[in-house]
Ligand binder design. Structure first.
Ligand SMILES: Cc1cc2nc3c(=O)[nH]c(=O)nc-3n(C[C@H](O)[C@H](O)[C@H](O)COP(=O)(O)OP(=O)(O)OC[C@H]3O[C@@H](n4cnc5c(N)ncnc54)[C@H](O)[C@@H]3O)c2cc1C
Length: 374
């Protein structure tokens, strides 16, 4: 089929990174036309994206909920830690998408097409099931080939989770305390922990999270989740929402650019290999890219530049795969160091010296073995 239009920019995938990308381009004064292509624009399942930030950072205005204290638990440790001046924020995807779609449509520069992308070519063509589109300048692509990543990566783990938003008939949660990692559950499937976001003293998103090589059968997630809830809470509750997610945790070397294609989001390596956090990083990375596009200074490099954080992630992933009790690594970090510094480390916001302080809190033998490939 013939091209319908020739926009300056095509954004393939109108998910978190695609929408951030469009937002920053328009916000920073890009004047061209932008075409979004996504296979699912109108019947999306809700997600919750969380991150930590200072309240005055722009990204925090997109959040629906925030907490000033995090809780870290293992069989040996119960540690509530205030994180001021940071807060832990959660963005509900429905309200984020609602804001973004309104903002982007209002600009008069955007068009949205629902279609399945078959292939994106370096010359700026997006070949879709129902049509073919051509970008004048760039295709910003958040579409990736999972099989290729799994084949090429030296380390690959899934972070997979099953959660439900539940409401109890009486107060059971501390409203200001977000359950960051609770390892006080059987380590049955890999590295298993519970993540709890209280939306009120009765309502929360409770997620059963696993880091492991393989995914589970779907009903096993619900079973593990039920067991935790039954053991922990004695009150009646109602299920309001359900969420399932899987995030690649990998040291795969993600591409940056192939001719007219610029990679964003998970496809561009914006999700941190060792943690699965990426939402806030996508905000910054897409903003940097928008400024480069507008100023005509996009580097012609094929891969994302390697940083010391990529090196840490690669070693850390190996340790997680091989250590008999990997949660002890997190336990060492959170008990021997100031948890706020651990967040800085996990968010790539510390100096080299800060990083070394956190790394030196971890048991050395597994890291030495991982470094020498054992
Ligand atoms: C359930 C869930 C919860 C997460 N929670 C957090 C969190 O709390 N904090 C955090 O930092 N990170 C989180 N992440 C990790 C990461 O931030 C998200 O996955 C984020 O959505 C990734 O953004 P993205 O743009 O790369 O991909 P997506 O947001 O998944 O967007 C990709 C878009 O491309 C479309 N698409 C895919 N293939 C095609 C195709 N062939 N044709 C057309 N369209 C296509 C999809 O419909 C989708 O809209 C979470 C991930 C998941 C899955």
């Amino acid at each position: 089929m013939a091209n319908r239009l020739r926009p300056e920019i095509i954004i393939t995938g109108a998910g978190a990174s695609g929408l951030w990308m469009g937002y920053h381009l328009i916000n920073h004064g890009f004047k061209g036309k932008i075409l979004f292509i996504d296979q699912n624009l109108y019947s999306r399942k809700g997600k919750n994206w969380s991150f930590w930030a200072k309240e005055d950072e722009e990204i925090s205005k997109f959040a629906s909920f925030s907490w000033d204290t995090l809780l870290f638990e293992t069989p040996k440790v119960y540690k509530e830690f205030p994180i001021a001046p940071l807060k832990y924020f959660t963005v509900r995807s429905s309200s984020f998408e609602g804001f973004m779609l309104h903002f982007l449509k209002e600009s008069g520069q955007t068009e949205f097409v629902e279609d399945e992308i078959i292939e994106v070519l370096g010359n700026g063509t997006a070949i879709c099931k129902n049509n073919t589109y051509q970008a004048e300048e760039f295709i910003l692509s958040s579409i990736y080939d999972l099989e290729h990543i799994q084949k090429e990566a030296r380390s690959f783990l899934w972070q997979h989770f099953y959660g439900r938003v539940i409401e109890f008939d009486q107060p059971v949660f501390k409203e200001n305390v977000m359950g960051f990692m609770n390892f006080e559950i059987p380590q049955t499937h890999g590295i298993d922990f519970i993540y709890t976001l209280p939306f009120s003293d009765r309502m929360a998103l409770v997620e059963y999270t696993i880091f492991s090589k393989d995914l589970l059968e779907f009903d096993e997630y619900a079973k593990a989740w039920d067991q935790y809830i039954k053991k922990t809470f004695k009150s009646e509750y109602w299920v309001l929402e359900e969420e399932f997610g899987k995030i690649p945790m990998t040291d795969f070397r993600f591409p940056y650019r192939k001719e007219k294609i610029l990679y964003i989001g998970t496809a561009g390596g914006h999700v941190r290999g060792a943690t699965g956090y990426g939402f806030k990083n996508m905000y910054h990375e897409t903003q940097n890219l928008a400024l480069k596009i507008i100023s005509g200074k996009v580097p012609n490099q094929p891969f994302q530049s390697k940083t010391r954080h990529d090196f840490y992630d690669s070693v850390f992933l190996k340790v997680l795969k091989t250590h008999p009790n990997p949660y002890e690594i997190f336990e060492s970090m959170f008990t021997k160091r100031n948890p706020k510094d651990v967040l800085k480390f996990l968010g790539k916001e510390g100096s080299l010296l800060d990083d070394l302080k956190i790394i030196s809190a971890c048991p050395p033998i597994p890291f030495i073995k991982a470094l020498f490939g054992k």
